[in-house]
Design a protein around this ligand. Structure first.
Ligand SMILES: [Zn+2]
Length: 281
């Protein structure tokens, strides 16, 4: 895959070094994986592939039980590798907008209208319990977009056991599949907390993990929203994955500037694609 770089994340005697994780090092109880953050490289390389040694993935975990009993056997379940993507390294001027934490009434519909109006595709990392609660907001509105899994509860997976992390992910998977009508294949961890358990659960579900390398701000821009636009536009590069939120009214300042951000980036020749489109470009 273009931009893929292997070797940055190394599985050394059960220790996974170099993952970009916000917060303290975390361990997966079952697997004894330690994920460490190099402070000088908080966002990591564009893409890394993590290979679990054969047999390692399910050793001591409840993964086979949960995947088997959940009533749904993912075709990729129990695979032994996954990718963690921060951005793609490319020359073509493609950019992927991603929106987390929705759907939320009063915010998400406004965003969907903006994207429709601009004829721009995006990727949504949705919270499963909100997908269930606000199902009505989603009717046919995701047809052009990609929808990924952002857990059911939006709790950090740091302190969950492997099986609890998997359960949370699986509940959201079912909610998205039932309401949207498509099975998600991408996962973004709440608070960007990536523990060993997160990796194990995501691999078991057949997911790759999508992080980001640029974001649209929402605090400190009152009275200077032009700076909010400028900051994200100036730091966007070909292959960027841009984080934004539609998870509550506090993000309305970001959302109402999305049209300006899109217009500026289009002026610079950027085209907006979903994460799968970005990866296959
Ligand atoms: Zn979130």
């Amino acid at each position: 895959m273009t931009g893929s770089r292997r070797g940055f994340l190394r599985l050394v005697g059960g220790t996974l070094a170099g993952a970009a994780v916000v917060g303290a090092a975390a361990t997966s109880k079952a697997k004894d994986l330690t994920v460490e953050v190099p402070p000088e490289e908080p966002l990591g390389p564009p893409t890394v592939q993590i290979d679990f040694p054969a047999g390692e993935l399910t050793a001591g975990t409840d993964v086979p039980r949960l995947v088997g009993e959940g009533g749904r056997q993912h075709p990729n379940a129990k695979r032994h590798s996954l990718e963690v993507i921060w951005n793609m390294d490319m020359e073509k001027k493609l950019v992927a907008l991603t929106f987390d934490d929705g759907p939320v009434p009063g915010v998400s519909e406004m965003l969907y209208d903006i994207l429709d109006e601009a004829k721009v595709k995006a990727t949504f990392f949705m919270v499963g319990k909100r997908v269930r609660e606000f199902e009505g907001l989603l009717n046919k509105r995701m047809d052009r977009h990609e929808v990924g899994n952002h857990t059911y509860s939006h709790e950090s997976l740091f302190n969950k056991t492997d099986s609890d992390a998997l359960q949370d992910m699986n509940d959201a998977h079912k909610a998205i599949a039932e309401v949207i009508g498509r099975e998600p294949t991408l996962f973004r961890p709440p608070y960007s907390h990536v523990s060993g358990g997160t990796l194990v659960a995501a691999a078991a579900m057949g997911y790759d993990i999508v992080m980001w390398n640029n974001n649209i701000g929402y605090t400190g821009f009152e009275g200077d929203e032009a700076r909010l636009v400028r900051e994200v536009v100036q730091t966007t590069t070909p292959g960027s994955i841009v984080l934004c939120h539609d998870g509550g009214p506090e993000y309305l300042i970001s959302i109402r500037n999305v049209p300006n951000i899109i217009a500026e980036l289009k002026k610079q020749g950027y085209e907006f694609v979903t994460i799968p489109e970005l990866r296959s470009a």
